[in-house]
Write a protein that binds this ligand. Structure first.
Ligand code: 8YV
Length: 313
């Protein structure tokens, strides 16, 4: 008998097909509120697995309705949508998809650094709009000699650092502790923001990092500074970011993630100082297929009584 699995997000066919081969899938994300309630009441007691995207949320109140739950498999490296402590207490396993997406996400961070410093999106619009015929595009800013301040020097943070070193940049970082690396460690996020030309958010999301980048940090980054976020929208106080951009107390921002995706504040949509991407850090055919392999592989391994491929707990 295949185990029953609740699917919390729209996931690609190359994930759903192999998942359906090993589990009976219940599409929670497609159901309206009444159907969700009926699904939890009717199938809830049989559900043994939950599959969700990096950005989706599995609230405790929902997991409480799944008494037979054994595993939560996240299609993403970030598992901030999962109440891990609660799962651990209940003996529910949690898995994610680390490593396979590191290069792609780091590439997008570098792309945002280049797009903001060289104003590439505006330059592209300049050509398309026929403005080049009227004069040259204004001079932008070089990367060489500038400092990248990385918040969270994990796997992705390190991959970003390596890439930006190749662009002639200095690297500083802040995290829970200093690491055995050649980059400058800053004791506080404020110190990092003060030394950085680009403050790059690469730390996990969740309650522990919520609004770490607030008005105070943005003011330390200063009028020549740029904020880059490829991690989670929740780490940045979006209201404070809008205010800093509107006042001109920040040069710009390059954002792949937002507080309330897919909603993006009107003020950001209108701002010439920002580059906005639709959470595409891991969005390549190659990487998403690798992520799907791990996500389904973890579910399959668990129900076959084998070791999990990439366990969190
Ligand atoms: C999403 C992500 O999971 O890895 C993460 O934490 O946020 C992304 O890779 C991806 O958008 C799939 O939904």
């Amino acid at each position: 008998m295949k185990p029953d699995v609740l699917v919390l997000a729209a996931l690609p066919d190359f994930l759903m097909e192999p998942l359906r081969a090993v589990a009976v899938c219940h599409d929670f994300w497609q159901a309206d509120d009444a159907d969700k309630e009926a699904l939890l009441t009717e199938a809830g007691p049989r559900i043994r697995g939950v599959v969700m995207a990096g950005g989706s949320v599995a609230p405790v109140e929902m997991l409480e309705r799944l008494p037979a739950l054994e595993i939560v498999s996240v299609f993403g490296v970030g598992y901030d949508g999962v109440p891990v402590g609660y799962c651990e207490k209940r003996g529910i396993r949690v898995t994610n998809t680390p490593d396979v997406l590191t290069d792609d996400v780091a590439d997008i961070a570098v792309a945002l650094v280049l797009m903001t410093s060289r104003r590439l999106a505006a330059a592209e619009r300049f050509v398309r709009n026929g403005e080049w015929m009227k004069g040259a595009f204004p001079l932008a800013h070089a990367l060489r000699g500038k400092t990248a301040g990385i918040l969270g020097l994990g796997r992705i943070g390190k991959a970003i650092a390596e890439r930006l070193r190749a662009h002639g940049m200095q690297v500083a970082y802040h995290g829970r502790k200093a690491q055995a690396v050649a980059y400058r460690f800053c004791d506080s996020l404020k110190e990092l923001a003060e030394v950085a030309d680009f403050l790059i958010v690469a730390c996990p999301g969740g309650p522990g990092t919520r609004h770490l980048v607030d008005a105070d940090i943005l003011s330390a980054l200063g009028p020549d500074g740029t904020l880059i976020n490829i991690a989670r929208g929740s780490v940045v106080d979006e209201g404070a970011l809008v205010a800093a951009l509107e006042k001109g107390s920040l040069r710009g921002a390059g954002l792949d993630v937002f507080e309330h995706e897919p909603a993006v504040p009107e003020a950001l949509l209108k701002s010439e100082r920002v580059v906005l991407l639709p959470h595409v850090g891991s969005g390549t055919q190659e990487t998403r297929r690798e992520m799907a392999r791990l996500c389904v592989g973890n579910v399959a391994a668990h129900f076959a009584g084998e070791a999990l491929l990439t366990p969190v707990v």
